[in-house]
Design a protein around this ligand. Structure first.
Ligand code: ATP
Length: 323
C-alpha cells in the first residue's frame, strides 16, 4: 500500500473533515501517500486530485462541510463514466480507495469494486444515519443537535402564541433524525416514513395535546408518506378551524456547522481504521460503530439491508403522549 485515494461523496455532513484529517495523518504515519480527489466521483472522472500533507489538514477538525468538496454525479452511474474513474486511479497508481458518504455513494463504490481490482473501504458519512451496519454515521449527531436546538427555539414562540407547529426535518427514506429529535425535544407527535400517517388520528392527538397546553410540536420527516410539514398542515387544517397552525422547514441548516465531539471522535476513529484495513489487505467492506466498538461488514450488506430506527424509540413516544 503506497498510495491511498479518498473522496467525500453525496450529501456533505459535519465530521467529514475530521475523517479526512485522520486518514491523511494515518497514511503519513505509515509512509503512505494520501491522495485527495475533489468532488466525489465527479473528480475521479474529471481527473482532479492532489497529494495531501499535514498542512492541508491543519485546523479542519472543527469545520463543517468537506475540504475535498462533494457532488452528486450522474455520469458515474454509467459504465463509461466509471471506466474514466478507473483509468484515473490507475494513472495515479492508487493502491486503495476510501469512500466517505451515504448509501448512494456506497452503491457507487460497490459497483466500482466489481469492475476493478483496487480495494475499497466505505466510511458512513451522512446526516441521515440510514446505513445498515452501524449505530452512527458521521454527521448524524451534529445534525440532531442542530435540529433539537431549532425546535427548542420554535417551542418558545409556539408557547408564547399558543400555536401548533409542524416542523419538517431531513430524512427522505428514514426517520432517524425526526424520531430522535422528537424524544430529545419532547415533541408531542412525530411522523416518520417507517409508519403510515393517519390524518384522523393526528387531528385527535393535536386536540388532546391542546387541553391545558400552550403549544404543540409535530415533527415531520421530509419523506413521510403524508407529505412534508406544509402538506400535513393543509390536511389537518379543515378539522382544526380554531387552531393557530404554523409550519417551518428547517432545510439546509441541518447539514452545516461545527461537528459535535461525538462526530469528531467517530470520524477520527473510522478514518484511521480505514487505512489500517487497507494495509491488512481488506477490501469492499464498510466500517461501523456499535457502542464504543468499531466493526466491519461488506459494503454489499450495507446497501442491501435497510436501516430502521429502534422500535423501542417509537414505543416510548407512544407511552409519553398526552392522553
Ligand atoms: P446522502 O445520504 O447524504 O444523500 P448519498 O451518498 O446517499 O449521501 P447520493 O446522491 O444518493 O448520496 O449518491 C452519491 C453518488 O453516488 C451519486 O451522485 C452517484 O454518483 C453515486 N451513485 C449512487 N447510486 C449509484 C449507482 N447505483 N451506481 C453508480 N453510482 C451510484
Amino acid at each position: 500500500m503506497k498510495k491511498i485515494a479518498l473522496i467525500t461523496s453525496g450529501g456533505d455532513s459535519p465530521g467529514m473533515n475530521a475523517c479526512i484529517r485522520s486518514i491523511v495523518k494515518t497514511c503519513l504515519f505509515y509512509n503512505i501517500i494520501p491522495f485527495g480527489i475533489y468532488d466525489g466521483f465527479q473528480g475521479m472522472i474529471d481527473k482532479r486530485g492532489v497529494e495531501l500533507g499535514y498542512s492541508d489538514v491543519d485546523n479542519i477538525i472543527y469545520r463543517g462541510g468537506t475540504i475535498l468538496g462533494t457532488a452528486r454525479c450522474e455520469e458515474f452511474r454509467t459504465a463509461e463514466g466509471r471506466q474514466k474513474a478507473i483509468n484515473f486511479l490507475k494513472e495515479e497508481s492508487v493502491d486503495g480507495l476510501v469512500v466517505i458518504g451515504g448509501d448512494g455513494s456506497f452503491t457507487g463504490a460497490y459497483t466500482l469494486g466489481k469492475e476493478m481490482s483496487i480495494p475499497i473501504i466505505g466510511i458512513p458519512g451522512t446526516i441521515d444515519n440510514d446505513i445498515f451496519g452501524t449505530d452512527h454515521t458521521i454527521g448524524f449527531d451534529t445534525a440532531l443537535n442542530t435540529v433539537v436546538d431549532a425546535i427548542d427555539k420554535i417551542r418558545d414562540t409556539a408557547s408564547s402564541h399558543h400555536r401548533a407547529f409542524f416542523i419538517e426535518v431531513m430524512g427522505r427514506d428514514a426517520g432517524f433524525i425526526a424520531l430522535n429529535a422528537a424524544i430529545a425535544s419532547g415533541a408531542e407527535s412525530v411522523l416518520i416514513p417507517e409508519e403510515l400517517t393517519n390524518i384522523d388520528k393526528l387531528v385527535e392527538e393535536i386536540k388532546t395535546q391542546n387541553k391545558g397546553r400552550r403549544s404543540s410540536i409535530i415533527i415531520v420527516a421530509e419523506g413521510d408518506d403524508g407529505g412534508g410539514a406544509k402538506e400535513i398542515l393543509e390536511k389537518v387544517k379543515p378539522f382544526l378551524p380554531n387552531y393557530d397552525l404554523r409550519f417551518s422547514v428547517l432545510g439546509h441548516i441541518q447539514r452545516g456547522g461545527s461537528p459535535s465531539a461525538l462526530d469528531r471522535i467517530i470520524a477520527t476513529r473510522m478514518g484511521s481504521y480505514s487505512v489500517e484495513l487497507l494495509i491488512e489487505g481488506k477490501s469492499n467492506c464498510m466500517i461501523g460503530v456499535y457502542g464504543e466498538t468499531l466493526s466491519t461488514c461488506s459494503i454489499e450488506s450495507g446497501i442491501k439491508e435497510h436501516a430502521v430506527p429502534e422500535q423501542s424509540k417509537i414505543d416510548i413516544l407512544k407511552k409519553l403522549r398526552t392522553q
